[in-house]
Design a protein around this ligand. Structure first.
Ligand code: NAP
Length: 248
């Protein structure tokens, strides 16, 4: 039996990187997958066929996770197309790095909107369905820098720390309805988001990771399968670090 057989998952930001890996592993584990993309239209459209190849239902929606009304509309569309939602993965995220001295208001606002407000938007929109079902697994993708902070990422770290506070609060509020809320905190994962980094900097980081390598998107997706599945039915309010031991 596959771990997510017959479950319906909504994954935000699945055109690339970690979200894409989660969508693919979910489909491989038998989940029907609704996913979103925003600017990578071709990649988003191409993912549908890749997911369908696993014999599941898959639909991609072009939707801006940072837009409250768009998130409401998205959930309405997913419910009309799939009937319900069992797992929500809030993965969409961006960086706009810079030292605080040089960080613009726009850099701050955009990162908070996309990384933190999106989690509120989608969780709020899906909540009624989870309450009705008396079941649901919410998985928010935060980051180890939401725990540790990071020079040059005050906006990003703050957004990811906010995601952790939100995740734990939701777990406390709606645990009695059998709705679980957890976060995954990836460390340094090789994706397009990190491909822009200076190779010297990357080497410095990987040398300091106990497992001596950068993570792969699939390493994070494995954790998302676990938290979405019935293997984790007594786990809520937790932050699972997927970082090769980087932050201990
Ligand atoms: P990525 O390769 O840049 O992919 C980001 C995804 O988010 C893309 O599919 C993008 O879609 C989507 N997205 C961005 N803004 C969006 C919006 N407003 N609405 C909907 N979708 C949006 O990044 P990644 O490395 O896979 O990161 C995924 C998540 O993991 C993020 O939350 C990130 O903060 C977190 N994370 C990553 C690392 C790492 O080392 N890579 C470490 C810790 C945490 P389009 O391209 O279609 O716009």
């Amino acid at each position: 039996m596959k771990l997510l057989q017959g479950k319906i998952a909504l994954v935000t930001g699945a055109s690339k990187g970690i979200g894409r890996a989660i969508a693919l592993q979910y489909a491989a584990q038998g989940a029907n997958v609704a996913f979103t993309y925003l600017s990578s239209i071709e990649k988003g459209l191409a993912l549908v066929a890749e997911l369908e190849a696993f014999g599941v239902k898959a639909i991609g929606y072009r939707s801006d996770a940072s837009d409250y009304k768009a998130a409401e509309q998205l959930v309405e569309n997913v419910l009309a197309d799939f009937g319900t939602i069992d797992i929500l993965v809030n993965n969409a995220g961006i960086t706009k790095d810079g030292l605080l001295m040089r960080m613009s208001e726009e850099q701050w606002d955009t990162v908070i909107q996309v990384n933190l407000k999106s989690v509120f938007n989608l969780t709020k929109a899906a909540l009624k369905t989870f309450m009705k079902n008396k079941a649901g697994s919410i998985i928010n993708i935060t980051s180890v820098v939401g725990i540790s902070g990071n020079a040059g990422q005050a906006n990003y770290s703050a957004s990811k720390a906010g995601v952790i506070g939100f995740t734990k609060s939701v777990a406390l509020e709606i645990g009695s309805r059998n709705i679980r809320s957890n976060a995954i905190a990836p460390g340094f994962i090789e994706t397009e988001m990190t491909a822009e980094l200076n190779p010297e900097v990357v080497k410095g980081w990987t040398d300091n990771i106990p497992l001596k390598r950068a993570g792969k998107a699939d390493d994070v997706a494995n954790a998302a399968v676990f938290l979405g599945s019935d293997l984790s039915t007594y786990i809520s309010g937790q932050v699972l670090q997927v970082d090769g031991g980087m932050l201990t």
